[in-house]
Design a protein around this ligand. Structure first.
Ligand SMILES: C[S@@+](CC[C@H](N)C(=O)[O-])C[C@H]1O[C@@H](n2cnc3c(N)ncnc32)[C@H](O)[C@@H]1O
Length: 255
């Protein structure tokens, strides 16, 4: 879970504006369109939907058949303010909540970092069961341990991932990664510098753990737009990013 109610509020207020969320939401939409073209009737699940920004974005883009869940009461009530169809469900134990093979798309963005690998295995196995045979699972996750910072503490982070971590986790699960991309490589030096400084300050006990906050803060319009444009240019230049603080993946069921 996120560290406190204020973090849910920060997410709720930032996710329609902050460059990072905008890029991520557009990545998800692009993959859905690539797979399902003009079909907007597809059934979508946002597993660990937080305060519902992605669901709202997809609804605005014509996908009405969408539901989500989160275990946090605060997240669910923010979703209700957006009039979304969201339930309070624990992702570590939801194998009998939905029918088998019912979803065309399951989205799981930045949730499993809170769990150990055995639990993540169980979660992905349930996704596999809930996904239609030609469905897709989209999952974005925090990447590489050297990007660890106060943000990870504020969002309840246990680990960060590389592609090989997921390959290992998925070993006995009939799911395959059909696309992946690390992002943002252009912004990596900046993000890394900020996080390394945070690590140093943490080591020196210069940070009050009770007052810790995530990086979910909207900068000025100019900077926000600048960072957004940089990542969009990066996406145009590189089909697949080789480095970055996030790992975006698309998975399908094995044939
Ligand atoms: C960093 S947020 C990501 C939210 C959203 N997916 C997004 O991309 O903005 C992590 C979310 O995982 C949720 N979460 C934590 N433990 C959970 C659990 N056991 N079951 C379901 N959701 C959980 C938190 O409440 C939080 O909303």
């Amino acid at each position: 879970m996120l560290i406190n109610f204020e973090e849910y509020r920060a997410m709720y207020e930032a996710e329609e504006k902050l460059w990072w969320y905008k890029v991520l939401h557009e990545k998800v939409l692009k993959e859905i369109r690539l797979k399902f073209v003009e079909n907007k009737q597809i059934k979508i699940l946002d597993a660990g939907c937080g305060t519902g920004g992605l669901m709202s974005f997809l609804i605005k883009n014509g996908y009405q058949n969408i539901q989500g869940f989160d275990y946090s009461k605060d997240a669910v009530s923010f979703c209700k303010e957006r009039n979304l169809s969201v339930q309070q469900i624990d992702i570590t134990n939801f194998d009998d909540v939905f029918e088998k093979e019912i979803f065309d798309v399951i989205i799981n963005d930045d949730v499993v970092y809170q769990f150990d690998n055995l639990t993540i295995k169980k979660i992905f196995l349930t996704f596999q069961t809930n996904l239609k045979s030609d469905g897709i699972l989209i999952s974005n996750n925090n990447a590489f341990n050297f990007f660890y910072g106060t943000h990870d503490i504020a969002v309840g982070g246990k680990q960060r991932f590389s592609l090989s971590d997921f390959e290992q986790i998925l070993k006995e699960i009939p799911l395959k990664i059909v696309y992946y991309s690390y992002w943002s490589w252009v912004l990596s030096p900046l993000i890394l510098t900020v996080r390394l400084l945070q690590q140093l300050r943490l080591k020196l006990n210069l940070i009050d753990l009770k007052k810790i906050k995530s990086d979910v803060v909207v900068p000025s319009d100019f900077i926000n737009n600048f960072l957004y444009q940089i990542v969009k240019i990066e996406e145009k230049l590189l089909k697949k990013g080789f480095f970055g603080s996030s790992l975006f993946m698309v998975l399908k069921k094995n044939d």
